[in-house]
Ligand binder design. Structure first.
Ligand SMILES: Cc1ncc(COP(=O)(O)O)c(C=O)c1O
Length: 404
């Protein structure tokens, strides 16, 4: 009888090819160190440190008391989708109907829905780089081929329309970017988006996935949506959510706006995976939109102040090249000047991951290597922490880097 060999791993190739989120991995390391009593300052996670505004919490409590505890329609309650249409019209000059909107468990699921609905195996997805950690892995899960389009430091890491034109092939399905950008904080202007829209207009087979989750956290002025360019609106999927602008990370509420057939595809997919997201969170989201984004303005003022506090120290550290972010809540310095240097314990810093580990052990500051964002010469530090913590963190970083 021939012997039946057990496979080495029961896990699927799909899962085995997936990389763990670097931000989550670093946050885990920082928590482990903190549990040993070390005073760790964690700047690894992209999470507002503000409370969800009270009026939003009240709406959620009321939803529970009113018994709003049943399944909702898969793409979200009509109330919330109508509120989203109202927001998109008023704030973004985008006209959509509820059947263009799919509400999901965070913008993360909205992105995954769009990619899984549009990408065929082997399709190329042009990912503006540096990019948010999950983009590349999500494209791979959809069996697409991520094609990074690397923006130059001199252009605040923003890819240009000319670069895009050169990168498009007959296999290109989609471009994918965030503005304001995580991790660089770069914001695409109306003019830059107009040039990108003109390229897309020349290539009718290419769609765009525009991640606008940091819309409100913008220090330079008007946020502009790619979907506003009428000639390509039908091919733009706009993703947004409540995590950053309304400090609602734990509520898990995001959405996309797209052409009706694409929205219907995302609805169909979500209907087989998670169904509609939490009914209580949807009531909270509708209240958030009714209340406008006044609460975001206070948070934005704090993020700007913190950015400036951090830059005052970071831009003074020899070897660190730290562009001024225009939005979001990160700084993303080039740290490559430290590669090849030796730590006091004799360890050679070969790359940004070594530097991140060195800063964790020497300065007790957790940050993330740029590798996971497509920029191995960089590191990402979140500025979503209290002012005194940020100043303390960057003073520690300065002292530790001076030892290399
Ligand atoms: C660029 C970007 N897109 C999407 C998300 C996901 O947001 P959500 O909490 O709504 O899933 C994040 C969260 O860090 C992000 O930084």
């Amino acid at each position: 009888m021939s012997e039946v060999l057990a496979p080495a791993s029961p896990l699927s190739n799909r899962l085995l090819a997936l990389t763990e989120s670097a931000t989550i991995a670093m946050a885990k390391k920082a928590r482990e160190l903190a549990a040993q009593g070390v005073d760790v300052i964690s700047l690894s996670f992209g999470e507002p440190d503000f409370q969800t505004p009270q009026y939003i919490k009240d709406a959620a409590k009321k939803a529970i008391d009113d018994g709003f505890t049943f399944y909702t329609p898969v793409p979200g309650t009509l109330e919330l989708r109508q509120a989203i249409c109202g927001k998109l019209l008023k704030e973004n000059d985008l006209s959509y109907q509820p059947n263009n909107i799919v509400v999901s468990t965070g913008a993360k699921q909205a992105l995954a829905n769009a990619l899984l609905s549009l990408v065929n195996p082997g399709d190329e997805v042009i990912v503006f780089s540096p990019y948010w950690v999950s983009y590349e892995e999500m494209v791979k899960l959809a069996e697409g081929v991520p094609v990074p389009l690397v923006g130059a430091l001199e252009n605040d890491y923003k890819a240009t329309a000319a670069q895009l034109e050169a990168a498009i092939t007959p296999r290109t399905k989609l471009i994918l970017y965030s503005s304001p950008c995580n991790p660089t904080g770069a914001v695409f202007s109306k003019e830059e988006l107009g040039e990108i829209a003109a390229v897309l207009a020349r290539h009718p087979h290419v769609y765009a996935l525009a991640d606008e989750i940091y819309e409100y956290i913008n220090f330079v002025g008007e946020h502009y949506s790619l979907a506003r360019f009428a000639e390509i609106k039908d091919r733009v999927i706009t993703v947004n959510g409540f995590s950053k602008g309304y400090a609602m990370t734990g509520w898990r509420l995001g959405y996309l706006a797209a052409r009706a057939d694409i929205a219907a595809a995302c609805d169909k997919l979500q209907g087989q995976i998670t169904s509609g997201t939490c009914s209580i969170a949807q009531k909270a989201g509708a209240a958030a939109l009714r209340g406008g984004h006044g609460s975001a303005e206070e948070m934005v003022a704090a993020y700007r102040r913190r950015r400036d506090l951090v830059l005052a120290i970071a831009q003074d550290i020899p070897g660190l090249v730290t562009p001024t972010p225009s939005g979001a809540f990160y700084v993303f310095p080039d740290v490559s000047a430290f590669f090849g240097r030796t730590a006091p314990d004799g360890q050679v810093i070969r790359n940004a991951s070594d530097l991140a580990l060195y800063l964790l052990s020497d300065a007790h500051v957790a940050a993330v290597s740029g590798d996971a964002f497509g920029a191995p010469q960089c590191m990402r530090f979140s500025t979503a922490a209290a002012d005194d913590k940020l100043v303390e963190a960057f003073q520690r970083i300065k002292r530790s880097l001076a030892k290399l």
